[in-house]
Write a protein that binds this ligand. Structure first.
Ligand code: ADP
Length: 448
């Protein structure tokens, strides 16, 4: 099919990111927005815009009927969901397709499968992808949890099957702590996801979070664009990401990539996706798959020299990839800083009016942001306001470039995490690439 007009079912920097790819491909765009976002940059730049409801996301960006109506009224022929909001909602993807629109993402059945972490792990086990040791499926009782924990050895992690954003996850360091962890994880899972199914994994004490970017067309071609190291997290939220990982060799990347692309070909996967792994002592263990474009996709684009959103649009239109794995090359190193409207020490949200905005520039610098001077960051949504992404020939050059870009960047009027990112870049351990998923929590605690 030909895609001539795309409805972007999102807001903020990612709505802009998608708009930019469409423009360059000669595809028209429809922005949808809440009343709180009437003056947002994605609304200003899109070819058309439709207000879909009041400020709360459940009434606007999660309002399926309003979004489908907007698509019908404007004559859009495809929907890009971005990340967050409806991007991993299989029912939404199904409804988009039932309305004769292309869903720029995976098949609904795969979104559903990977949204249930137990089903996802089952599928990956079947496909021969290595997993974190743990329970096979949901735990029926605390006795079963105790038995599995004894087998995989403490510490263990109780995780929500419907989990996301690090919620419904509890560590038990010994048998004494297990019952409490079991109870709290289930209560949290029920409250956050309406589903108290939990499973158990061995808790890895010093892993790195390394993920693999994949892309599949509808003709059976699957490629990967290498890994991203997203170990720098606070409360399971990523803050800094790099491509490639400072600890992975090209041979290790190729081996993981071959295994994963083979698995996804067998699954019949479509469009972009990311498999997340924990990596410790040279071993990969799958934790989950995200069936959407990720926040940190630009670092991959910088090292591979591709535009992932354009690729998503091409395969959604039914085009074959037109290249194979051997043609994908990795050049240099890229790092992204997620800059949020939060206090850099307490992480208290800091919405409000941006009095001055100045983005850094120069060779190898990319800023994905919907900010402008005079813009008011609304309090209703995610606090991400800018992604500063740099590319360098070497990791050391990328870090030097980030330091000077962070020094140039100005966001006045609200608090942002810019000072925290500046401090991270000065740290010798970060500079040496010597960190695990626990490093940032300790770094933040030391600054208090
Ligand atoms: P969510 O969907 O809530 O983000 P994930 O399964 O992706 O949950 O896990 C989020 C983060 O939690 C990981 O990036 C990692 O930092 C940590 N984590 C998850 N599983 C384990 C584990 N078995 N051992 C240690 N840390 C883990």
């Amino acid at each position: 099919m030909r895609i001539g007009k795309v409805l972007i079912a999102n807001r903020g920097e990612i709505a802009l990111r998608i708009h930019r790819a469409c423009q360059e491909m000669g595809i028209r765009t429809v922005a949808v927005h809440s009343t709180a976002d009437a003056a947002a940059m994605h609304v200003r730049l899109a070819d058309e815009s439709v207000c879909i409801g009041p400020a709360p996301a459940r009434d606007s960006y999660l309002n399926v009927a309003a979004i489908l109506s907007a698509a019908a009224i404007t004559g859009a022929d495809a929907v890009h969901p971005g990340y967050g909001f409806l991007s991993e909602n299989a029912n939404f993807a199904e409804m988009v397709e039932a309305h004769g629109l292309a869903f720029i993402g995976p098949r609904p059945e795969h979104i559903r499968m990977m949204g249930d972490k137990i089903a996802a792990k089952d599928a990956m086990r079947r496909l021969g992808v290595p997993l974190v040791p743990g329970s096979r499926g949901a735990l029926a009782s605390v006795e079963e949890a105790r038995a599995v924990a004894a087998e995989v050895k403490y510490p263990v992690l109780i995780k929500a099957a419907a989990g996301g954003g690090g919620r419904g996850m509890k560590v038990a360091r010994s048998e004494e702590e297990l019952e409490e962890a079991w109870r709290v994880a289930r209560t949290e899972a029920k409250a956050a996801f309406g589903d108290d199914a939990v499973y158990l994994e061995k808790y890895l004490d010093r892993p790195r979070h390394i993920e693999l970017q994949v892309l599949a067309d509808t003709h059976g071609n699957v490629v990967h664009f290498g890994e991203r190291d997203c170990s720098l997290q606070r409360r399971h939220q990523k803050l800094v990401e790099e491509a490639g990982s400072p600890v992975l060799s090209a041979a290790e990347r190729d081996a993981l990539g071959a295994q994963v692309t083979r698995a996804l070909r067998e699954l019949g996967y479509r469009n972009a996706g990311t498999l997340e792994f924990l990596w410790q002592d040279g071993q990969f263990a799958f934790i989950e798959m995200n069936t959407r474009l990720q926040v940190e996709h630009p670092v991959t684009e910088m090292v591979c020299g591709i535009d992932l959103v354009k690729e998503q649009l091409r395969v959604a239109a039914g085009e074959p990839l037109g290249y194979d794995q051997s043609e994908i090359r990795f050049h240099g190193h890229a790092i992204e800083c997620r800059i949020t409207a939060e206090d850099p020490d307490s992480f208290a949200p800091s919405p409000g009016r941006v009095t001055t905005y100045h983005a850094p520039g120069g060779l190898g610098v990319r800023v994905d942001s919907a900010l402008y001077s005079g813009y008011s960051v609304p309090p209703h949504y995610d606090s991400l306001v800018a992604k500063l992404v740099v590319h360098g020939v070497t990791r050391a050059e990328a870090i030097a470039r980030l330091r000077r870009s962070l020094a140039e960047m100005v966001v006045d009027g609200i608090s942002t995490t810019l000072p925290l990112h500046r401090a991270i870049m000065e740290d010798p351990e970060f500079q040496a690439g010597d960190y695990t998923i626990h490093w940032l929590e300790r770094f933040v605690a030391k600054r208090m």
